[in-house]
Design a protein around this ligand. Structure first.
Ligand code: GDP
Length: 534
């Protein structure tokens, strides 16, 4: 007989889904997020996400930077209730200058929504984020946005995903016309056409008309050639396309595809309904004691992100924990795997667009924010019961490198302290030249903004003004087998050798081409784009 707690956990796991959105800036992530919340009843007027963001900016000093740039540096976790299910959106920044946090957030997600601009298709940042999803084979749901505007051919967009990402596609709905002639989508689940209405910027949930495929009205509403074109395409995808195979979806090999227009609310609800049915519920997670199922009664979770100084008045630091098993309760005392210490989880926070509310309980698939200054590092496991540790979150290949110089020797101590603390927090990776005479730390970032954040914080929190000296590299690879393997490889050309914070050798290359060249010359030298955190 399952215990009451086991029954409760099973029920709560069944009604939870979590996901992160992967997209390139401008594809419509903010807009889609708002519309999803709108359907979830979490907000009543779209536009609230942006408005709330700027309210928060006003209260936060270092967020002034965010405001100036008009971008979001930090990410929040949004939870909303839809059809009696809790959906957790692990929100990630959408700006070009994204950081390692974007990658780390994906480590906590069970599903990803790949958002594309229909006029552009796959774009660079989306491809990079997809690679991170592929490492864990998480299910990818594709939302092709901006159908109200001129687009590329829908079939071509599917083909691009198949050819370039190696995913098979299953269009769950199919557009009828695009751009000025966009008339709606055909939902293959119900075999009905949802007609598109141009609403006033879609601030309310759209109530478009729904017709059966054979309805005689259709030919009146749609131009004949448009209707025939749509029928031809539909026939093609139904005859030649693959059937929906949820096992393949869950293995990250097939992506369900949805067409819509987030700005006008069109197709968002259709998407949400299918997502709820097709997405993975919170999954078992790999640990040192094997896979831990979410229904395991003992609580466990891991830290995937730290965020400092959300409110400079309090100098606080929030650790974002993904709950993996058991039930989280306020004030519970857990074990901290790395230090072996007991930690009381007081002042837990639920993170939400509207700000931070306190939280009394949470279940697997949820994210909680903990205020335990200094206690946590990225990748840390907390648990109750027999000891376990979840797989760490890897370091991802940085793409920008710069020497960080402290021109004022009297500030050396503060400089060193700041650099160490910001590294521990995961704000940036720090590397050092293998040449011992070069002592300046090398900042290694995924996005330019990380440099600015580090310099800004060194100045404001540690009182050190610094200078950057950019280095001409764009690719980093960790050498499998360490220094020994590197020595064996002999002389290397067109690369610089540095060491990461753990003293491991890393090769820096000017570009991918140089890296491939070295790999082709030295097939025995194994290079990795990510490295485990020690
Ligand atoms: P993000 O950078 O991915 O967060 O993108 P935003 O949500 O800020 O959207 C970028 C721009 O695209 C904004 O001007 C939006 O109004 C616009 N946009 C978003 N969705 C749609 C859509 O479905 N149709 C059209 N025409 N524009 C859209």
């Amino acid at each position: 007989m399952p215990t009451d707690l086991e029954v409760e956990l099973q029920t709560e796991v069944n009604r939870r889904r979590n996901f992160a959105i992967i997209s390139h800036p401008d594809a419509g992530k903010t807009t889609l997020t708002e519309k999803l919340l709108l359907y979830g009843g979490a907000i009543h007027e779209a536009g609230a996400v942006k408005a709330r963001r700027s309210q928060r900016h006003a209260t936060s000093d270092w967020m002034a930077m965010e405001q100036q740039r008009g971008i979001s540096i930090t990410s929040t976790v949004l939870q909303f209730l839809y059809r009696n299910c809790y959906i957790n959106l692990l929100d990630t920044p959408g700006h070009q200058d994204f950081s390692e946090d974007t990658y780390r957030t994906l480590a906590a997600a069970d599903n990803a929504v790949m958002l594309e601009d229909a006029a552009k298709g796959l774009e660079p940042q989306t491809r990079k984020l997809f690679e991170v999803c592929r490492m864990r084979s998480i299910p990818i749901f594709t939302f092709i946005n901006k159908l109200d505007r001129p687009t590329r051919e829908p079939l071509e967009l599917l083909d691009e995903i198949e050819q370039e990402l190696g995913l098979s596609t299953y269009p769950v709905n199919w557009p009828v016309g695009t751009g000025d002639r966009f008339k709606g989508v055909f939902d293959r689940r119900t075999r009905k056409i949802h007609l598109f209405e141009r609403t006033a910027h879609g601030t309310k949930t759209a109530k478009g008309e729904i017709l059966d495929l054979g309805d005689p009205q259709i030919e009146k509403i749609l131009d004949q050639d448009l209707y025939f074109h749509f029928k031809d395409e539909l026939e093609l995808i139904e005859e030649l396309g693959e059937d929906l195979d949820l096992d393949q979806v869950h293995a990250g090999k097939m992506t369900p595809v949805f067409f819509g227009s987030a700005m006008t609310n069109f197709g968002v609800q259709l998407f949400l309904d299918s997502f709820l049915d097709y997405a993975l519920k919170p999954i078992p997670r790999r640990s040192t004691v094997g896979e831990v199922p979410p229904t395991e009664p003992n609580f466990s979770g891991f830290v995937f992100k730290l965020q400092a100084n959300m409110d400079p008045k309090h100098r606080d630091r929030v650790a974002f924990v993904r709950v993996c098993s058991g039930k989280f309760e306020k004030d519970m005392v857990v074990q901290h795997a790395r230090s072996g210490k007991n930690v009381r989880l007081s002042r837990p926070q639920k993170l939400f667009a509207q700000g931070r509310e306190s939280l009394d309980e949470a279940y697997p698939g949820d994210v909680i924010g903990l205020n335990n200054p200094g206690a946590f590092a990225i990748g840390d496991t907390i648990y109750i019961g027999p000891k376990l540790e979840y797989e760490g979150i890897p370091c991802f290949s940085p793409e920008l490198f710069a020497y960080l110089k402290n021109p004022n020797p009297s500030k050396f101590k503060q400089f060193r302290k700041g650099v160490t603390e910001l590294r521990e927090e995961g704000a940036i990776q720090i590397m050092y030249s293998a040449d011992e005479s070069k002592r300046d730390p090398i900042l290694a970032a995924v996005g330019q903004l990380q440099f600015e954040v580090v310099q800004y914080r060194l100045e404001n929190e540690y009182g050190v003004e610094t200078r950057l000296e950019m280095l001409p590299f764009t690719v980093a690879r960790w050498v499998a087998g360490g220094w020994e393997a590197l020595e064996k490889a002999g002389r290397l050309f067109n690369t610089a050798t540095v060491k990461d914070s753990w003293g491991r050798p890393v090769l820096l290359f000017k570009n991918e081409w140089n890296m491939h060249q070295v790999q082709a010359d030295l097939p025995d030298l194994k290079l990795n784009a990510t490295a485990p955190v020690v």
